[in-house]
Design a protein around this ligand. Structure first.
Ligand code: C5P
Length: 217
């Protein structure tokens, strides 16, 4: 994924027309569009190819299964036109390696969740986040997903993975994180959903974020 703006749109709407309209408006400001279960379950897998006209698509299915099933899932998602898939890291090295192997064969990307951005992530996930980051680096994944709500964790994870992997970081805006703070902490991209797609003017909201990050990218 090429970094031009540092912004990824999380498009968690459930209506096809709305998804297309928002993508059209913000396409000049985003490097990728992340879609997940809310949109795909309500509209269908063909939403992926429809939106890929506007930006590369990251499929946030947080895949968390045994190696063979991970591979089968990623195969279908790439076939549908996605450029990247987000997988969970807690399932361990073999499940991750199966996804990464397939992605490399198809010149696609796998991003691994280290810990999530919501408060409940502190219950279980944060304790294993650093181990998952190291595993993602060993497996040569394209990058990790780390929380913009905790820039100090992003900085920690950057130290562990070095500069070969990217960090994509959700939690800006609605969940309280700041775009410039998390980029300064070491993230390559921020992932922003509600603050853009619920804004009266999504393009303006996206532009504001891009302008805020410009000097740190
Ligand atoms: O609306 P908001 O900007 O909070 O959206 C954040 C997006 O990032 C949602 O799609 C959410 O599922 C996703 N996400 C997250 N934390 C993670 C991984 C993904 O918030 N660790």
């Amino acid at each position: 994924m090429e970094r031009k703006t540092g912004l990824i749109l999380a498009l968690d709407v459930t209506d096809r027309m709305e998804a297309v309209a928002i993508s059209e408006k913000v396409s000049g400001y985003v490097d990728a569009i992340k879609i997940g279960y809310p949109l795909v379950l309500s509209t269908g897998m063909d939403m992926i190819s429809q939106l890929s006209k506007y930006a590369p698509i990251i499929a946030d299915f947080k895949v968390a299964d045994i190696p063979n099933t991970n591979r089968l899932i990623c195969e279908q998602v790439f076939k549908a036109g996605a450029d990247a898939v987000i997988v969970q890291g807690f399932t361990g090295h073999d499940s991750l390696e199966a996804a990464v192997k397939l992605a490399k064969e198809q010149k696609k990307d796998i991003y691994v969740v280290t810990e999530m951005s919501h408060p409940g992530a502190l219950d279980f996930m944060q304790q294993v986040g650093e181990g998952i980051a190291k595993m993602a680096a060993d497996a040569k994944a394209s990058g990790v997903v780390a929380p913009a709500t905790r820039p100090e964790r992003v900085a920690e994870i950057r130290k562990i993975i070095g500069n070969d992997l990217s960090i994509i970081s959700p939690g800006v805006g609605a969940q309280g994180g700041s775009a410039s703070d998390v980029i300064k902490a070491g993230a390559d991209w921020v992932i922003v959903g509600r603050s853009i797609y619920q804004a009266e003017d999504p393009a303006m909201a996206a532009k504001k974020l891009v302008d805020e990050m410009k000097e740190f990218i």
